[in-house]
Design a protein around this ligand. Structure first.
Ligand SMILES: [Fe+2]
Length: 316
């Protein structure tokens, strides 16, 4: 049997615990929103969400690992004040352990926009182009080497939309876990193996070396939460060399691509809307940007090593 990372036997995510899994599965499939509109929570003031707004967002993050808040501000204004508000908004939901990223600005969030030819090291990285992004969780290469902390949550705020395209597909990792386990529990065992997915060492443009990242696709953290790291990219990814892993990866890819998954949502975030999530699986479609620089697509992104906190009124 494949060796899996230590998970308490009482956890619903332990592949041997069918009883707890069934209970959790039943709750999850009933609690999960069935249309993307259910993810949206209007928020009047980012810097101090009301109790009701807060509760709605926390409940969604518990049920679906994500919520889309909507400030209603469609003006497209990019300001240091907005970045400050976003950071305090995220902190309100427990997101405080923010990643330090090579592309972050003074306000410590990362701008997701098309980079010009002169900009390095951004230029050449797909997120900073108009090209589509395949399915991934953020920072999937941040796992399993010294000093690194996995990305477990993210805020992605839309300041301005593209002229056309730039939609996101979203899928709660818990749902992929359920589909894989229902298909074949051995798929879960394979994807929980400590050597399931390896990203080789990488040399940054500034000469710094990012070490090899080897780890599972699914893992359970000290608080008992299920986490996922994944990329659909095939270049620079080494999957464990066995038949079950190959089949599990093919099944997962097909699940993401087939269009049959009812909980897979496609959204086009409006200016003033943002995704607050426990690092859910996502894509971005290709887009056409505006001509005028001040109208071009812009998102702010913050990534965190901790997760969205649990709602206070509901026991864990
Ligand atoms: Fe991403």
């Amino acid at each position: 049997m494949t060796k899996i990372n230590s998970i308490p036997l009482g956890s619903p995510f332990h592949p041997e615990n069918a009883r707890e899994y069934e209970r959790w599965r039943e709750w999850k499939l009933a609690a999960h929103p069935s249309v993307p509109e259910e993810l949206v929570v209007p928020v009047k003031d980012l810097s101090s969400p009301s109790e009701k707004e807060e509760e709605a967002i926390l409940r969604l993050c518990r049920a679906a690992n994500m919520a889309i808040y909507d400030t209603g501000r469609r003006d497209g204004v990019d300001s240091p004040q907005l970045a400050e508000e976003l950071k305090s908004f995220a902190a309100h939901f427990g997101l405080i352990d923010r990643e330090r990223h090579r592309s972050m600005r003074e306000h410590e969030l990362v701008d997701i926009r098309v980079a010009s030819k002169e900009e390095r090291p951004r230029q050449g990285f797909i997120p900073y182009t108009t090209r589509r992004l395949l399915w991934h969780t953020d920072g999937y290469y941040k796992y399993g080497y010294e000093g690194v902390r996995p990305i477990r949550a993210m805020i992605l705020h839309c300041v301005r939309q593209a002229k056309e395209g730039g939609e996101n597909e979203l899928l709660d990792p818990d749902i992929t876990y359920i589909r894989l386990r229902d298909e074949n529990p051995d798929y879960i065992r394979a994807l929980m193996a400590p050597d399931a997915m390896t990203i080789p060492e990488f040399m940054e443009e500034d000469g710094r070396v990012r070490p090899e990242s080897k780890g599972p696709v699914f893992w359970v953290d000290a608080d008992g939460n299920l986490n996922m790291r994944y990329t659909e990219r095939s270049r620079h990814i080494i999957w464990a060399d066995d038949d079950t892993t190959r089949k599990a990866v093919a099944f997962l890819r097909d699940l993401l691509r087939s269009g049959d998954e009812p909980f897979l949502f496609r959204v086009r975030m409006q200016p003033g809307q943002g995704l607050l999530c426990n690092n859910v699986l996502h894509t971005r479609t290709e887009f056409i940007d505006h001509e005028e620089p001040e109208r071009r697509r812009l998102l702010y992104r913050g990534r965190y090593a901790n997760r969205v906190r649990a709602p206070q009124s509901i026991p864990a």
